[in-house]
Design a protein around this ligand. Structure first.
Ligand SMILES: *[C@@H]1O[C@H](CO)[C@@H](O)[C@H](O)[C@H]1NC(C)=O
Ligand SMILES: *[C@@H]1O[C@H](CO)[C@@H](O)[C@H](O)[C@H]1NC(C)=O
Ligand SMILES: *[C@@H]1O[C@H](CO)[C@@H](O)[C@H](O)[C@H]1NC(C)=O
Ligand SMILES: *[C@@H]1O[C@H](CO)[C@@H](O)[C@H](O)[C@H]1NC(C)=O
Length: 408
């Protein structure tokens, strides 16, 4: 199937949706522009016949992560029928999510406008490059979202999948662009202690002297590494440096040094960034993007005690807790990245994709009960994000970032 067929379907669908919402849209745009942005030079282009013009925006004074969600009748760039690679567990509308209102919101940074994702422009930017998402299932979630967004321009080829479907490679031949994931729970080497009968105890051991093998192996072949981690650290984990035990997160043992989650994350991210910075057989211009912690939204319980995320609207800025664990994790991740940037004497680049606060405001963006897992009914997914959904914004941020970095 060619990419032009995908585009045609997409246009038809958005036109229908637009016609229905047009009166409301006009009023909203008019009142917003008139009341709040009297001199806004970046009015959205609503006419299909007007060619897309790259907005020339200086993002220097704009912190993308500061802003709020505003209504957006245009909705997402792709749907469950134009993107054929949406994983079943993220295909919320297909799994019975009753309404698609959660798609009709758009991130509005305080001091600038975030350009809409443009697949053609993104693919041109990364022509000839290899982008690898390093991390757990949320890194995978982001990659799957980007894959759908880019599929609107070119149909990707599925060129590699390992036995457990953990590490994947997709290729866009017309743009010679490779998109992949390297699975890792902790970034550094980690293993689970097992009982004599080989079942896991749920207690893990990390060695911050050793980088997790798969992504370390893939790194020399990478131009842009989007690195993330965090969710797997919410459990009892001993942290070792070689033979020395530094302490334990969530162990609460009298005879063992207690390490806070924040400290544990700093040790892990510091080890990962140092490894990247020191990597001799890596590309000179390797770009590392830290994607900050992605918050969960379980309410009235945790994932295994009936917690759910049934809200239907985004939060406003004053409804989120800026001193939450999520924000603290984000801040320690950024601190480690800033430290490496200061120490780095080579051409490698490091940048932050700061999504934590943006996503704290989207309790409505998770699959909740609509993740289609019949073996685990009663459990809700308030950690991953629906596709399409607010996670698609991460790639809009990524596009701005890559432009700012001026890739060679
Ligand atoms: C696609 O989404 C619509 C709602 O927008 C839903 O009714 C339909 O079942 C979904 N179809 C597939 C194949 O996922
Ligand atoms: C394995 O051993 C542990 C501890 O003795 C026990 O709790 C668990 O049920 C056992 N699992 C199996 C599959 O036998
Ligand atoms: C600490 O105490 C636990 C539980 O009593 C025991 O299993 C563990 O071996 C002790 N660790 C050290 C380092 O002494
Ligand atoms: C949590 O419980 C309260 C009280 O029962 C209920 O009103 C609310 O909808 C629940 N929240 C979620 C996200 O399910």
């Amino acid at each position: 199937m060619s990419s032009s067929i995908f585009r045609e379907n997409f246009k038809k669908m958005t036109t229908i949706r637009r016609l229905a919402l047009y009166p409301l849209f006009c009023v909203t745009i008019l009142s917003t522009t008139l009341l709040f942005f009297p001199r806004n030079p970046y009015n959205p282009i609503n006419d299909h016949n007007v060619p897309y013009v790259e907005p020339q925006i200086d993002f220097k004074d704009c912190d993308l992560s500061k802003g709020h969600w505003v209504p957006d009748p245009q909705g997402s760039l792709y749907t469950n029928s134009t993107c054929l690679t949406i994983p079943h567990s993220k295909n919320c509308l297909n799994n019975g999510r009753p309404n698609s209102d959660f798609l009709l919101w758009r991130w509005k940074p305080e001091n600038c406008d975030l350009p809409r994702f443009n697949p053609k422009s993104f693919l041109d930017l990364v022509r000839g490059k290899k982008m690898n998402f390093v991390g757990d299932s949320l890194a995978r979630n982001h990659m799957e979202s980007l894959l759908c967004l880019l599929s609107m321009e070119e149909t990707p080829k599925d060129i590699y999948k390992d036995a457990e479907d953990r590490n994947r490679i997709w290729y866009f031949p017309e743009h010679d662009f490779t998109l992949s994931t390297s699975w890792t729970k902790f970034l550094v080497a980690g293993s689970e202690r097992t009982y004599a009968n080989k079942t896991g105890t749920g207690i893990f051991y990390l060695d911050i002297d050793k980088i997790d093998e798969q992504w370390a192996k893939d790194l020399p072949n990478t131009d842009i590494a989007v690195v993330s981690a965090g969710h797997w650290l919410f459990r009892p984990i001993y942290i070792n440096r070689g033979d020395e035990t530094l302490g334990c997160i969530f162990c609460y043992l009298r005879n063992t040094t207690q390490i806070s989650l924040k400290e544990g994350l700093k040790l892990v991210f510091s080890a990962a960034f140092k490894h990247i910075n020191a990597c001799r057989n890596c590309k000179d211009n390797l770009v590392t993007v830290l994607r900050t912690f992605s918050p969960s939204h379980f309410e009235n319980g945790t994932w295994n005690t009936g917690g759910a995320c049934g809200r239907e609207h985004p939060f406003r800025v004053n409804e989120i807790n800026l001193h939450s664990n999520d924000m603290e994790i984000r801040t320690s991740q950024i601190q480690e990245l800033e430290e490496i940037k200061r120490d780095s004497l080579n051409k490698k680049k490091f940048a932050v994709l700061d999504v934590t606060k943006v996503m704290l405001m989207r309790p409505d963006g998770h699959p909740n009960s609509d993740w289609g897992n019949k073996w685990m009914s009663g459990f809700n997914d308030c950690t991953h994000w629906c596709l399409p959904g607010p996670i698609d914004t991460w790639s809009e941020f990524l596009m701005v970032l890559l432009k700012q970095l001026r890739l060679p």
